[in-house]
Design a protein around this ligand. Structure first.
Ligand code: NAG
Ligand code: NAG
Length: 354
């Protein structure tokens, strides 16, 4: 009996690992909503959408970025609102929430305009046609009207979000679970535990009860007066997928409805473009440093004084440096390559023997 159980588990695991699952009983219509997301957030959704589409489900994905998959069973559309683009994070460097106050300006405006976009309006009117919704949990409360009396899954793109966990009833312990903005070295001292508790409370209250959600609620209630409050809609989530993993994060007590899917978007590296490849292999035994502030922060946003500090520091290093930077840079040292785009998974996955 016990062995049979193990056998079933091993077979199931093997099937999951090889992607060799039984075909689904039915093909569903799934609407994936991430209208407020950066490129990196969408990266987490693409493998999920593609895996569902491979199994014959019809996936519609609404985001704010250009089409990024050609899968025949995925309709990847952009709503076209420009509010969440070209935001200079460096302007928020002294912000007490480590940058989250930029959403005070952006999110209410998106909530005001979102359902006026014809394409969004049409999707909203057709919402009962969909069997399941998958939503980006970070910053996307604006789509909660879609979720009224519907089954939905939330994906926490930045990893574990203690606020999301609390919605499911799993209140995380601030004695060791970091907030998303700040962490301390482990184990936390009594002072850090105290600070972290304050941060947990302050940020949750700021976002959910005091500033962001109440502003969104005002805009949404004006358009959908009959709907329950946004935070009540959120409570019906059936499953939370978290873009984190205990092998690289901290071990957490999780509910069966909280599943860690970190590295879901990782794939084997493809060969690098020739120029980049030879730059890296030409670095010799000193090796290469890869410097990238992500897709959201454009190089030109970096204040000149920081830029110069980096240039000076890189100049003194024996390593070569690949710096993702959009735009022209003067006085670039010989050991620094400036490039406006880097295939990140391929550069991180490169196999070299220095
Ligand atoms: C798309 O979905 C159909 C069923 O709806 C399925 O037969 C087909 O294999 C899927 N296409 C791909 C490329 O996975
Ligand atoms: C939550 O789900 C239940 C069961 O599906 C449903 O009856 C209820 O109306 C839903 N509540 C909201 C706010 O969507």
């Amino acid at each position: 009996m016990f062995l049979a159980g193990i056998y079933v588990m091993v077979v199931t695991l093997a099937a999951v690992v090889t992607g060799d699952l039984d075909p689904p009983e039915k093909h569903y219509k799934i609407l994936v909503l991430l209208p407020v997301s950066s490129h990196s957030h969408k990266n987490v959704f693409i493998p999920l959408a593609e895996a569902l589409a491979d199994r014959g489900h019809q996936v519609t994905m609404l985001s704010n970025s250009p089409k990024s998959t050609n899968h025949p069973n995925i309709t990847d559309i952009s709503h076209g609102l420009q509010h969440f683009q070209n935001i200079n994070m460096f302007e928020y460097k002294d912000d007490w929430t480590t940058g989250f106050t930029m959403f005070e300006k952006v999110l209410p405006v998106i909530a005001r305009d979102f359902y006026k976009v014809p394409l969004v309006k049409e999707l909203y009117e057709r919402r009962k046609e969909f069997d399941l919704f998958i939503v980006d949990h970070a910053f996307n409360e604006v789509v909660y009207p879609f979720l009224h009396q519907a089954p939905f899954i939330m994906v926490s793109t930045p990893g574990t979000d203690y606020r999301q966990s609390a919605v499911l009833g799993n209140v995380m312990n601030p004695a060791y679970v970091p907030s998303q903005s700040l962490d301390f070295s482990r184990p936390y001292s009594i002072w850090h535990r105290f600070l972290n508790t304050l941060i947990h409370i302050a940020f949750a209250v700021y976002w959910r009860n005091w500033n962001i959600v109440p502003q969104l609620q005002k805009e949404i209630s004006a358009q959908f007066p009959e709907l329950p409050p946004l935070l009540e809609l959120e409570r019906n989530m059936s499953l939370a997928l978290m873009n984190t993993h205990f092998s690289i994060g901290i071990p957490l007590p999780l509910l069966p409805s909280q599943v860690e899917v970190g590295a879901m978007h990782c794939r084997p590296a493809n060969p690098l473009p020739q120029e980049l490849e030879s730059w890296i292999t030409g670095a010799g035994s000193s090796g290469v440093i890869y410097f990238n502030l992500g897709s959201f922060s454009r190089g030109s946003y970096m204040p000149v004084q920081y830029r110069d500090v980096f240039l000076q520091a890189f100049r003194r290093l024996p390593q070569r440096v690949v710096w993702k930077y959009e735009g022209e840079l003067k006085n670039v040292p010989d050991n620094v390559m400036i490039t406006n785009w880097v295939p990140q998974q391929d550069i991180l996955g490169i196999k070299t023997t220095f």
